[in-house]
Ligand binder design. Structure first.
Ligand SMILES: [Zn+2]
Length: 201
């Protein structure tokens, strides 16, 4: 890696850690939505907005951060948005964040982890790229997976099973408990359920 690329990676990780801190403020208050955090950074490298997921049907983290920037009278045009989770791609209880991000003129989105929701799972990234927004994913991914592990197990256990399939059987549940930051018993329950009679969904 070149010096410049190394410095850029360091910068991305620094801002992503702020987004992770921001996400922690949302834990417990998001219903069945994931607790996500966001930071928006100007082309000059200054923080212009930050936010986290609000209650069900209210702003997702990306929009909360954009609103924060607006309240501070800061432009987000050409900015980089850091989000712990991939921006959503479909119009559910709120408008799709990936479309709204592109419409606001944000130039680049840096993502911790892909959203395992079957209706997103890369679709948010595709929308952003299709609109000319540069996307980089996998920044601080291990930390984000640990932060959101409990939500993944509750809402999208298939993500854990997909991950499990890539691991050797020996020590599998211990490795998964560590990767998702949850008790081993919870991992074992998901693994067991996947072998049960009504496992195929
Ligand atoms: Zn969203």
């Amino acid at each position: 890696m070149s010096y410049a690329a190394g410095a850029m990676t360091y910068e991305h990780e620094t801002w992503m850690r702020l987004a992770i801190e921001e996400a922690e403020l949302a834990r417990g208050g998001t219903g069945d939505n994931p607790w996500v955090g966001c930071a928006i950074v100007s082309p000059q490298g200054e923080l212009v907005g930050r936010g986290h997921t609000l209650g069900p049907g209210e702003d997702h983290a990306e929009m909360a951060a954009a609103r924060d920037a607006q309240a501070r009278r800061q432009s987000v045009v050409g900015a980089t948005l850091y989000s712990t989770l991939e921006p959503c791609s479909f119009h559910g209880r709120t408008a799709a964040c990936s479309r709204s991000i592109a419409e606001r003129g944000i130039a680049r989105v840096v993502i911790g982890m892909r959203d395992p929701h079957p209706r997103v799972d890369g679709e948010g990234i595709a929308i952003l790229q299709g609109a000319g927004v540069e996307v980089r994913e996998g920044v601080c991914e291990a930390a984000v997976r640990r932060q959101l592990g409990s939500w993944v197990l509750d809402q999208h256990p298939h993500e854990l099973l997909r991950h499990a399939a890539s691991l050797p059987e020996r020590d599998r549940s211990a490795a998964l408990a560590d990767a998702y930051g949850v008790e081993r018993a919870r991992v074992d329950a998901v693994l067991r359920a996947s072998h049960g009679p009504d496992a195929r969904r």
